[in-house]
Structure formats: C-alpha cells, structure tokens
Design a binder for this molecule. Structure first.
Ligand code: XMP
Length: 508
C-alpha cells in the first residue's frame, strides 16, 4: 500500500497533517524525528512531510535530521519548521525574522506544478518567528508575502518542496489543494486508502491471525470498542466474546441500548456484568474527585478481570486502541492535565495468545466511518466522548443511586432537546452536572429545597482547549423548564460559561 511519512519535529498540528493526507485517500503515518534513516528507506514511502515545530534550526539542541535524507530520491514537503530545516540542511540562510508573521497572511505564488489550481494570491496561515532569508542553491522561491521573502520554495530536480505556512489548517484557503498537489502531482499517489478496502483487508487479516481460536474484547459502549467489536464479529462471529461491565454510571438506558445493539445486530457472545450495587457500595462516603476516579478505575479493573478469569478458553485479547494512542510524539513532553488510560493493562495471572488491536492504524474520524459501514447505530458511532468514570465525575461529592437517577433523568431531557434542535452532532459535547448544591425555590404555594443542576456544553476541535457553546436562550429556557418540571428533586438550573482553560470540560 502507498504510504506517506509525516516526520514529526514536535509541532502542534502533526496529527492534523496525517489526517489531511488520509482525507486525500493516501495512508499517512507519523514517526518521530529520531527514526533512523535506514528505517525510513526500508519502509518505501511515496513521500515524506517534515512537520512544524517550536524550535529554531540554528539552535543546535533543536531536532535535526541526517542531511542524506534529501538525497534518497523520495519527494519531500517541509512545513514551517520543516521548511526552515530543509533550507538549513541544503545550505540556505535561516534567521530570526525582523517581522514575525502570525495568523492569516496573503501569499503571492508563482504558477507552478506545486501551486497547481491555486490562484496567484491566496490567504495562508502563518505562525513563525524565524524565516528563510536566502533559499539554498538549487531551490527556486515560488511564494512570497510582504514580510517573508521565501514563503514557498522548490527544487523540482530533487522533488523537494517547502512552505513557511501551514497548509494543513483550514485557515489556509488552498492548503488542501497544495497537499493534493504534493501527493498526486509530485508523489504520484493513486489514492488507495479507502475504508471499504480497510474493512475487507482487516477482516481477512483477523481471520488469518485468529484461526479457530477465541477472542475476548472489553466493550465499553464507546466508539472505539464498539467498532472493534463490529470488525471482530464480522471476522470471527461466535469466536468473539465481548465483556460489558455495567457499573451503573452510564447515561439513562445506555447499558440496555449497548446490550440490545450487540446481541441483535452482531454475531458474538455478549456478557453483561451487572455490578451497579457493588460500585455504589464502594463509593459510599467518598467525595474527593481523584479518590472517586481511583475507586471506579480499580473496581472496573477487578470486576472486568474476574469475569475474564471465568472464561475457560481465552485465546486472544482485543482492544479498541486507535492511532493517536500509539503515536510517539517528536517532542514527547506534551502536558497531561488528567491521565486518560487508553490501553488496558493485563494482570499477570491472565495469559493470552496475544493482543489484537484492529483499529491501531485509524484516526477517530476513520473509526467512525468504519463503524457506519459495519452498520453500528449512529448513536454509538457518533457518540460524544464520555469519561471512563462516567456519571461518577458529574455528580459532585458523594455518589449514590438516588443522585445517579436524578442526573440520568436531567441529562436525558437535555439530550432530547438538543437532538430536537439539531445540536446533537453540531456540538463537541454537552451534559448535565449534579452540583451537590441545594437551593431554595417555590412550587405551587410550597417552599422547596432541592438540587441545582448545571448544564455544560462546549465547542472544541481537540478537547485540549474548549469554549462554552452559545446555545440560544430559547433552547436553554425549554431545557430548564422541562428539567425542573419533569425531574423530581431539581428546582434550579444554571449554565456553565467557563472556557477551558481555566476550567476543564468535566467538573471533576
Ligand atoms: P477535561 O475534563 O480533561 O476533559 O477537560 C476533556 C475530554 O476528556 C473527557 N474525559 C475523559 N475521558 N476518561 C476518558 O476516557 C476519563 O477519565 C476522562 N475524563 C475526562 C471529557 O469528557 C472531555 O471530552
């Protein structure tokens, strides 16, 4: 299969570059800049993209690469830092720019294969403090801005191209076209990366690997494990056993929905472990958020593996790990605010023939496309992110059954109204929080002293930062009215207008 390498120098848009390439139906993989040149040669890429990065190439402690890569005959595209690095490696001049460019800037491009179907003047996204003051010998400048004398350059003999701007972000008007030109005009790709062939190939590979053995998969009802279950079911049917732990902290009716989906639409063994009471007992008297997370995580681990121990013929263990969970970053020091564990740890006493990760090459949007093609309901495929500890971290303070019920009911009303108004798929995430605060209200002629529910709704691209969603007042009014009328134990609603940072998306 034709492949593009995204060589990671630590920039923030690196995964986006790979996703954009894949949107053009060409498989892209990300490797850190520490990958040896021989390894790159061996993998026979159709093209290589050097990513951006936060450093200066003339600082010797910055990520550099063996200059020989420019001579191995594989087309190269450098972006931002990658562009400066090519210049530096090929003998050009890189300096601190007298004027840093940040944001939308007009670029003027020379008509060329690289800028095929792109107007002479277009808007691009810039973010740099260094610039190429003199292009290396053998390179022709094909794009300039008012402050950047080399915004794009090419060496057509060696098939090396470079842009100071970021074609991968949507603010670059013709960025997608530029990537297309590199992939199809320069690298001569054919566009073989399509989801239908991914499904057929993966099913074939899974059958070969699994043979007549069994497979166990932990199903959470989230997108990744659901799609992994769908693929494995198609490959080996009843040889697959999915273990679904219902800890009682899911949204209203969610456990039943997951069970119904996988027992009626797919061929597999489905084991639902109902342990709602066990979790409530363990959470009794606990209100500290990290402590709650820890207990829920540990109990999940115990319940899940105890169930697996009961399975007599274990065979392989499958997981819904996806590509972003596997990428080793070029920088490797991205800040982690809360740890989200995506790879399940296996206890020492449970032995498997091996681990199977059928989605390990896919980005989330690709996982969703596969899920749709496998016939998994859209409620699961387009499901919003949901924290592992579930409603446990949306009930502030101690968790008990009554509180879970109140929150589930309120959340169901919110979801219903959002769906009716077309917000279901337009917002990254929305949910209710049971705040743990009681307030005074009045109902009929009676004083009430009931729960305060907060509504949280955010827009975001990557969940690292987020903004609160500007939901129309009329919708908020309807939700507030319905929750206070329909959900017993709630007499007041507030809307959370905190962005991230300084807040996080979840309250705990
Ligand atoms: P925060 O609260 O960190 O949330 O801004 C960012 C995104 O991550 C989700 N989240 C979790 N997901 N396990 C998960 O799988 C967790 O423990 C967890 N905590 C938060 C959150 O819902 C949001 O989408």
């Amino acid at each position: 299969m034709e492949k593009i390498l995204v060589l990671d120098f630590g920039g923030q848009y690196n995964q986006l570059i790979a996703r954009r390439v894949r949107d053009h139906r060409v498989y892209a993989e990300i490797l850190p800049y520490t990958t040896p040149l021989d390894e790159i040669r061996k993998r026979k890429y159709k093209g290589i993209i050097f990513t951006g990065g936060p450093n200066s190439v003339f600082d010797m402690s910055s990520p550099h690469y063996d200059k020989e890569i420019l001579n191995i005959g594989v087309p190269i595209l450098g972006i931002c830092y990658g562009c400066q690095l090519i210049s530096w490696m090929a003998g050009g001049e890189v300096k601190t720019a007298p004027v840093s460019e940040y944001g939308k800037i007009e670029v003027r491009a020379k008509s060329s294969l690289f800028f095929n179907n792109i107007p002479e003047k277009s808007i691009v996204w810039m973010s740099h403090t260094d610039y190429i003051s003199k292009a290396p010998d053998g390179f022709e400048v094909v794009g300039v801005t008012d402050d950047c004398p080399c915004a794009a350059m090419q060496n057509t003999k060696k098939n090396i191209y470079a842009v100071q701007f970021h074609p991968e972000v949507t603010h670059s008007e013709y960025g997608n076209q530029l990537l297309y030109n590199f992939l199809y005009e320069v690298c001569k790709c054919k566009g073989e990366w399509v989801m239908d062939s991914f499904i057929d190939d993966t099913v074939k590979k899974l059958r070969e690997q699994i043979g007549d053995k069994n497979v166990i998969l932990g199903l959470s009802g989230g997108v990744d494990s659901s799609v992994a279950a769908g693929l494995l079911s198609r490959a080996v049917g009843k040889q697959l056993t999915c273990v679904f732990v219902d800890q009682g902290l899911m949204r209203k009716d969610e456990g039943d929905f997951v069970e119904k989906t996988f027992t009626t639409l797919f061929d597999m063994n489905f084991v639902r472990v109902n342990c709602q009471k066990h979790f409530m007992d363990k959470l009794k008297g606990v209100s500290e958020p990290e402590q709650k997370r820890k207990i829920i995580g540990e109990e999940f681990f115990n319940v899940f593996w105890n169930e697996i121990r009961k399975q007599s013929d274990k065979g392989y263990f499958a997981q819904g790990t996806i590509y972003p969970d596997c990428i080793e970053s070029g920088k490797g020091d991205a800040d982690v605010i809360k740890t989200h564990h995506n790879r399940v740890k296996t206890p020492e006493d449970v032995q498997f023939l091996g681990i199977i990760e059928p989605l390990a090459d896919l980005f989330k949007d690709e996982v969703r496309r596969v899920g749709e093609r496998l016939g998994i309901p859209k409620e699961l495929v387009w499901r919003q992110p949901f924290p592992g500890p579930g409603l446990g971290v949306r009930i502030i303070g101690e968790v008990n059954e009554e509180k879970v019920k109140i929150l589930q009911e309120a959340d169901a009303v919110l979801r219903d109204e959002m769906a009716k108004n077309g917000y279901e798929s337009n917002l990254a995430q929305f949910f209710c929080v049971l705040t743990g605060v009681k307030t005074v209200g009045v109902m009929g002629d009676h004083r009430t002293y009931e729960n305060l529910i907060a509504i949280r709704a955010v827009t975001t691209d990557d969940f690292m930062t987020a903004d609160w969603a500007r939901i129309p007042y009329d919708i908020l009014a309807k939700v507030s009215n319905r929750i206070t009328n329909e959900v017993e134990g709630v007499n007041r609603i507030v809307y959370d207008i905190t962005s991230k940072p300084p807040g996080t998306v979840e309250w705990e």
